[in-house]
Design a protein around this ligand. Sequence first.
Ligand code: 3HC
Length: 675
Amino acid sequence: MSVITTSRQGDVLILTSDNPPVNALGAAVRQGLQAGIEEAAGDDAIKAVVIACAGKTFFAGADITEFGKAMQEPSLPTLVDAIEALGKPVVAAIHGTALGGGCEVALACHYRIAVPSAKIGLPEVKLGLLPGAGGTQRLPRVAGVELALEMAAKGDPIPASKAKAAGLVDRLASEDSLLADAVAFAGEIADARPLPIASEKPVTVDPAVFDAFRKANAKRFRGFEAPAAIIDLIEKTAGTPYAEGVQAERMGFMKLIMSVQSAAQRHIFFAERKASKIDGIADDIALRDIKRVGVIGAGTMGGGISMNFLSAGVPVTIVEMQQEALDRGTATIRKNYEATAAKGRMTPEQVEQAMGLLSPTLDFDALGECDLIIEAVYESMDVKKDVFGRLDKIAKAGAILASNTSYLNIDEIAASTSRPQDVVGLHFFSPANVMKLLEIVRGAKTADDVLATAMAVSKKIKKVAVVAGVCYGFIGNRMLMPRQMEAMKLLLEGATPEQIDRVHVEFGMPMGPFQMSDLAGVDIGWHRDPTRIENIRDALAAEGRWGQKKSAGFYDYDEKRNPSPSPRVAEIIEEFRQKTGTPQHAITDEEIVERTLYTMVNEGALILAEGMAQRASDIDVVWIYGYGWPVYRGGPMFWADTEGAKKIVAGLEKHGFDVAPLLREKAEKGERFNK
Ligand code: 3HC
């Protein structure tokens, strides 16, 4: 059966695409649409056409899986031009998301009708691309340059109401009668002439908007090629005829599709979706029902974790030992929600709704009614074992018992219960209500349905989850360790915190290792004995240089938290250089990359070989969503593939590191981690 079905209502021809899951505009869809347009052209009885989609969404874009293969005719640019040139009105009937090529099809239609819940966008930029089927040319003509810049360079879809206000949607349909409304609309405008043809509209623009837009978004676009290409293209073609503009767009698209950045960003698109697949567990396994969640600990972590569930409409019982800590935790949750509401991202009613789902209590036994209990107490094995021993006595049968530990052995924690099959690690990243990553730690005895339920829960709270095995620091923090260790050694050997951080920031990380320490707290994990000074970090902590919160850490900070190099830190480093008798040498940026980033790849290869990560792309997902690794470099393992394993091995050997056998094997065979 064709993916495009045609039907008629009076003199309106309806073309309906049914290409699950998202009606991507693959070859069969394009061919079907073209045939439909030809049918309309050749039949005088047809006065107007409606293009609609079955299933959950209007076309969500070009079929990304076709990229890099030979393009089958008609291409999307050819198809959209044919739609626009039909000579009879074509109406796009939009529900779900009209994205990328889907938005471009809609723009080529003469009219657009959408249900209020629909969203329209040009997300190509998120794949390192620019819209390649007329989007950069028709959108500015239809909705104005400013909105076109916003949509194409940032890639976030806009709701139908905003699209309507901007002229991108002509009419809103009723939520449950889109097709009927679209057909009625088509009937109304069937004879209206001239047809509104997007590509023929003039573009009016104040040339100052481009630089203003670049400036306003400089931080967001730093390092990315596609946003700059999109802005440049729209700027350059604003005064030119459509035919010229679209040709420039075509060339820009072809250039970006060959780029490493786009390959990296497309890799992450698929990696994120693959991460939710758990090896050895069937997709249709029966899940446990999670109606109420318990959180132990109302500190920063416990509070953040709770917010995820409250926001998703799941009731939370939060337990503390002292009334004061409980009150403080509850107040912080409220304050965070109110701050979100103040920014207009939540209504006051939604704040009250979320808070209404929270049950703060000092009564540990109240956790007995919870289906999933997440422990977020002090990071100590003894404390965790004690908590799980107590949970074992009061949790209901079948409840999932989770630990938010960042390093500790889940199997040892599980062994303090009589039900290790119900125990799993759920490692959230701080701030837990913001960071997208969740490491789901699979213990030796964790039951399949517990793991699958944890994965489903993570989707419900809008996290990107990755399954990790039991090892010290799991995937993310384990890879962080060699990086932090080498960064400290480099200081002793002659580098400065500023140089090391600069190299990381230039690489695209949001901050370098020392900026990160200052933000997180230099005192984290410190032994708290100011007389015991064994390394540079101890020395800083002993002097109260705990980072940004004390206006002093590896950097000095002014009242506005602007950092500057610290003469005192330079002195401390110098003292340690002398005390340890470390030989000095000039440290190049290249050496910093090799010792702090190649070592991460090396650790990643060990993690992979040990089966602590299911696949290389999962490691990439961890670093993108948990640590701000630049998405345009595709994560550490994808980056390793672009550097080449051979080069990485050579770099590691130069500095005397043990090379992970899997990395060496990749180098010898000329293979990639990500196929
Ligand atoms: N091409 C091919 N496959 C796609 C796809 C696309 N454009 N969009 C989604 N899929 C696949 C996903 O890989 C996933 O496959 P899986 O089930 O095998 O893992 C499946 O469809 C379902 O996707 P999601 O899990 O993401 O479903 P959601 O319901 O959560 O989200 C969505 C739906 C919002 C449409 C989301 O999939 C999305 O954002 N898709 C990408 C949209 C996009 O980037 N479009 C632009 C493409 S580039 C383009 O159009 C170029 C043009 O200008 C020439």
